[in-house]
Ligand binder design. Structure first.
Ligand SMILES: CC(C)(COP(=O)(O)OP(=O)(O)OC[C@H]1O[C@@H](n2cnc3c(N)ncnc32)[C@H](O)[C@@H]1OP(=O)(O)O)[C@@H](O)C(=O)NCCC(=O)NCCS
Length: 139
C-alpha cells in the first residue's frame, strides 16, 4: 500500500535514509519536510511497516525526485517502480519530472531508464568527486 508518510514513521524513514547516505538524518528532517508546502514523501507499507519511500518536491508542473529508497530485504519486487508510477499520476495536467543520480549508481540508473527517464545533462563533482547524471521524464 502506498500512502503519505506520517511523523510516526520518522524512525524507519531515518533508517531507510541511511541506505542512501550516512548523513541522511542531518540532511533530511521529516518534521520540516511534512511542514513544507512543496515537499511530500510517499511510503510503501507492507503490514503497516514502512519498507520504502519516495521524497519529491513539486512546484506547478515541475517535480524533483529528491530520494527514493527500498529496504534491502524487499528489493527487486517492483516496489520502487510502483512508487514512481504513483507520482507519475499525481498531477491531472502535464508534469516534468527531474532527478539527479550518481553516475556509479547502476541500480538506480537502470530503474529510471526502465521507467522512461532520459539523460539530459551531467554535473561534475556533484557528489564529492562523482558526477551526477540529470534525468528527465515528461508525463
Ligand atoms: C534503486 C532502488 C530504489 C530500486 O528499488 P527496487 O524496489 O529494488 O526496484 P524495482 O524492483 O522496481 O526495479 C526496477 C528495475 O530497476 C533496475 N534495478 C533495480 N535494482 C537493480 C540492481 N541491483 N541492479 C541492476 N538493476 C537494478 C532493474 O532494471 C529493475 O527491473 P528488473 O527487476 O525487471 O530487472 C533500490 O535499489 C535502493 O533503495 N537503492 C539504494 C538507494 C538509492 O540508490 N536510491 C536512488 C538514489 S536516491
Amino acid at each position: 500500500m502506498i500512502d503519505k508518510i506520517k511523523i510516526n514513521d520518522k524512525e524507519f524513514f531515518n533508517k531507510l535514509g541511511l541506505l542512501i547516505t550516512n548523513k541522511f538524518d542531518k540532511l533530511f528532517n521529516l518534521d520540516n519536510i511534512l511542514n513544507s508546502q512543496y515537499e511530500e514523501v510517499f511510503g510503501y507499507y507492507i503490514d503497516n511497516n514502512l519498507v520504502g519511500f519516495i521524497h519529491i518536491s513539486k512546484l506547478f508542473e515541475t517535480m524533483d525526485i529528491i530520494n527514493i529508497v527500498v529496504d534491502e530485504k524487499y528489493r527487486r519486487r517492483g516496489i520502487a517502480t510502483k512508487l514512481l508510477n504513483y507520482i507519475f499520476n499525481l498531477n491531472e495536467g502535464p508534469l516534468s519530472i527531474l532527478l539527479e543520480v550518481n553516475e556509479h549508481n547502476e541500480q538506480a540508473i537502470n530503474l529510471y531508464l526502465k521507467n522512461g527517464f532520459t539523460e539530459i545533462n551531467r554535473r561534475k563533482n556533484y557528489y564529492g568527486k562523482d558526477t551526477a547524471i540529470v534525468m528527465k521524464r515528461d508525463v
